[in-house]
Design a protein. Structure first.
Length: 349
């Protein structure tokens, strides 16, 4: 009886969803095309003057550029990161760009008590909270079997996942009161995993699923935008990563192995698009756009992604970082065109 019921449900659900998608997808694509061509270019920019924004991971990279974009639009900000001196430099620049008020809060958001503190201090100083941009993150690139200090890699989940969840938890009542926005920085790696980033892929995938679930729970009370960027200028693409021994350091050789022939985008552009999209209430933002087909490919033909990952990111025994991805980068001299000067050292290739 159970087998018969499962068979019937399998047939009915496959047919129903297939028929539904045949109708829904063309209509959805048409609506999005009309919005992009005829509506969005004529929409007024959402007024962010006086809005209160809390940004984690604000001392460099995406977080830094987000601070500058919000500043240009007249928002007040609480900037959070562990490096106080770097935060103060970003705050000073943000004030010069037009932010009415900026406070800096040195904290480790992977610690729940510190996450609560930064939210409480933000609300105490400004009286409310309108946008939470959960952006703190750490990268790691090495083969799983090469790791020599496995316990150190709990840091990846602590910073990337819990470092977003904790501030979200404590900010939630304030964001519900203001009908505000949560914007969270995940990664294409959370949707399209590649070799050498097992823990990073897992942490970003967990973030995507968590915020998708939270969106369902919050309904219209809070808008949640999931930012899914590819490679952009940041400490990550400068080579700063959690190494196999558990230490965080810059390793451009490992960076070239992973990033390879993929162009590195400008963080300023990503920040601008992220804020615009969040203000429009968009649920997902993938940038650059050319990463989007890989999401579809992962859903429809994951074996192709697996083949690509194995071919481009794995090496013969003993070759360490000499992957096909890196060999193409070095043999063609493509780095000078694909990587901005700001992420490259002065060392000769």
């Amino acid at each position: 009886m159970d087998d018969s019921m499962n068979w019937v449900l399998s047939v009915v659900i496959h047919v129903f969803i297939g028929a539904f998608l045949l109708i829904y997808i063309p209509i959805s694509l048409l609506i999005k095309l009309v919005q992009r061509v005829f509506i969005r270019p004529f929409q007024k920019e959402v007024d962010l003057k006086g809005k209160i924004v809390l940004i984690t991971g604000a001392s460099s990279g995406i977080g830094e550029q987000l601070a500058y974009q919000y500043a240009r639009r007249g928002a007040c900000m609480a900037l959070v990161a562990r490096r106080e001196d770097a935060l103060k430099a970003v705050a000073k620049a943000a004030l010069c760009l037009g932010a009415p008020d900026v406070i800096t809060l040195a904290a480790d958001v992977s610690n729940p008590d510190e996450s609560k503190r930064v939210v409480d201090q933000t609300v105490k100083h400004f009286g409310q909270l309108d946008h939470l941009f959960a952006n703190a993150g750490i990268w790691g690139t090495c083969l799983f079997e090469e790791i020599t200090n496995i316990t150190a890699f709990t840091k990846m989940m602590d910073v990337n996942f819990w470092g977003s969840v904790y501030p979200t938890y404590y900010a939630l009542p304030h964001l519900k009161a203001s009908k505000g926005n949560i914007i969270v920085t995940t990664s294409v790696a959370g949707r399209v995993p590649t070799a050498r980033m097992s823990f990073y892929n897992a942490s970003k995938a967990a973030m995507i699923r968590f915020y998708e679930t939270l969106r369902s729970e919050m309904g219209s009370q809070i808008k949640i935008t999931i930012l899914v960027p590819g490679y952009v200028v940041s400490e990550l693409t400068k080579g700063k990563a959690l190494q196999k021994g558990g230490q965080v350091e810059i390793n451009e050789d490992a960076r070239d192995t992973q990033v390879g022939i993929f162009p590195v985008g400008q963080t300023e552009k990503l920040a601008q698009i992220a804020i615009d999209s969040a203000c429009r209430g968009e649920e997902y933002v993938t940038w650059p756009d050319w990463y989007k087909p890989f999401h579809l490919l992962m859903s429809l033909a994951p074996e192709i992604i697996n083949w690509f990952s194995s071919s481009f990111y794995m090496t013969e025994s003993g070759e360490k970082h000499n992957t096909l991805n890196k060999r193409i980068l070095e043999s063609t001299g493509a780095k000078r065109f694909l990587y901005p000067d700001s992420i490259c050292s002065n060392q000769k290739e």
